[in-house]
Design a protein around this ligand. Structure first.
Ligand code: PLP
Length: 364
């Protein structure tokens, strides 16, 4: 027991991936472990994902990819966002596929001898090769392949999840991109487009591989539209703290910075030793609830850097009691998706911003 602790259930990671696999008709899975595994720990999550049958791992940048290799993970890894001087020789040496978004990146990756996957912009307007430039990039890639300097292992893109008509337009744009790539004489073995949301809801986006992030962590890609229970997954992260102090106060007592909402009656206040430094969003002030001893209680007053206060009424809460901030909604705990709602954000941001001061403990 510690002041604060995030328990990460690797059994949930494995079960969630298996649940996703069962819903995508056998399409191979790429497990997305960027951003330190969405705050869960990239290396342990990657190992669990591989045990559960993930064919690929995906990360944003090369430093994240190399962290996996340095931990001894030898599964296929794709990395897709690079700075102007990214060390593609290190990628080649470590056997990391480089997602390339421009002719310049293709040239540098081939120069370094790395395998590449062409990232195409089908409408998201972030990185990726514009369709207008794809013909030239694909022609050059085919030439580099013929010279034995690289291999184009895949072609991929990313959806905006902006609703059915937009997603369908992006699928059509992706089809055009695949035609352009084939016409250049390339024959990539991996075509991939879908992340969790599309993989689970739009079979036409699945192609040869689906890139699964949030669903593997047991959160919903769209909490308003589909609950985790409906998706057949459960949150892998449970964040708890220990009640650090309690005090009995009269009605009208100011609580925390700014005295936002004085107590309305005599009550007991319980101090929770986590705050925004730990990833508890300050913007959830006035809305956040926690669970103590199986009961739900509201927070009261400003969420501060290191602590916040819970109004437990007349409940027999004592220092040392465990406080569940977020965990599994199926057993009545608040969820990271709930915190996303309270903070005006999404569950993705809640778990990803878990602070360094919170020790992770792995079970399962
Ligand atoms: C983050 C990311 C994913 C995973 O998205 P989820 O919604 O978490 O499943 C997939 N593909 C790319 C390119 C990403 O950046």
């Amino acid at each position: 027991m510690t002041l604060r602790e995030a328990v990460v259930d690797l059994g949930a990671i494995r079960d969630n991936l298996a649940a996703v696999a069962a819903r995508v008709d056998g399409t191979p899975l790429l497990a997305v472990v960027k951003a330190d595994g969405y705050g869960h720990g990239a290396v342990p999550v990657a190992r669990a994902a591989i045990e559960s049958g993930a064919a690929w791992l995906g990360v944003t940048d090369l430093a994240e990819a190399l962290e996996l290799r340095n931990a001894g993970i030898d599964a296929p890894v794709l990395s897709w966002l690079h700075d102007a001087k990214a060390d593609f020789a290190a990628a080649a040496h470590a056997g990391i596929d480089v997602g390339v978004s421009s002719l310049g990146q293709l040239e540098r990756a081939a120069e370094a001898g790395a395998l590449v996957q062409l990232k195409v912009d089908t409408g998201l307007s972030r990185n990726g090769i514009a369709l207008a430039e794809l013909e030239a990039v694909a022609a050059r890639a085919a030439e580099l392949e013929r010279q034995g300097r690289t291999r184009v292992r895949g072609v991929f893109s990313h959806l905006a999840n902006a609703g059915a008509p937009h997603d369908e337009a992006q699928v059509a744009a992706f089809e055009r991109a695949l035609d352009v790539v084939a016409a250049a004489g390339l024959d990539p073995e991996l075509r991939h487009l879908a992340s969790s949301q599309a993989a689970l809801t739009r079979p036409a986006t699945r192609y040869d591989l689906v890139r699964i992030g949030i669903a593997m962590y047991g959160l919903s890609p769209d909490a308003a539209a589909m609950s985790t229970a409906e998706l057949g997954v459960r949150p892998a992260m449970r964040l708890t703290g220990e009640v650090a102090a309690t005090r009995r106060v009269p009605a009208g007592t100011g609580v925390s910075y700014g005295f936002l909402t004085p107590t309305s009656a005599e009550t007991t206040l319980a101090l929770v030793p986590l705050g925004y430094a730990d990833g508890v969003p300050r913007s959830a002030t006035g809305r956040a609830h926690v669970q103590i001893g199986g009961a739900r209680f509201p927070s009261i007053g400003r969420i501060a850097m290191d602590q916040f206060v819970v109004d437990v009424g007349n409940a027999a809460v004592a220092p040392g009691d465990r406080v569940v901030l977020w965990g599994d909604p199926a057993v009545g705990e608040p969820s990271a998706d709930d915190w996303g709602d309270w903070a005006g954000t999404i569950g993705y941001e809640i778990v990803t911003r878990l602070g360094r001061r919170v020790p992770r403990r792995y079970v399962g």
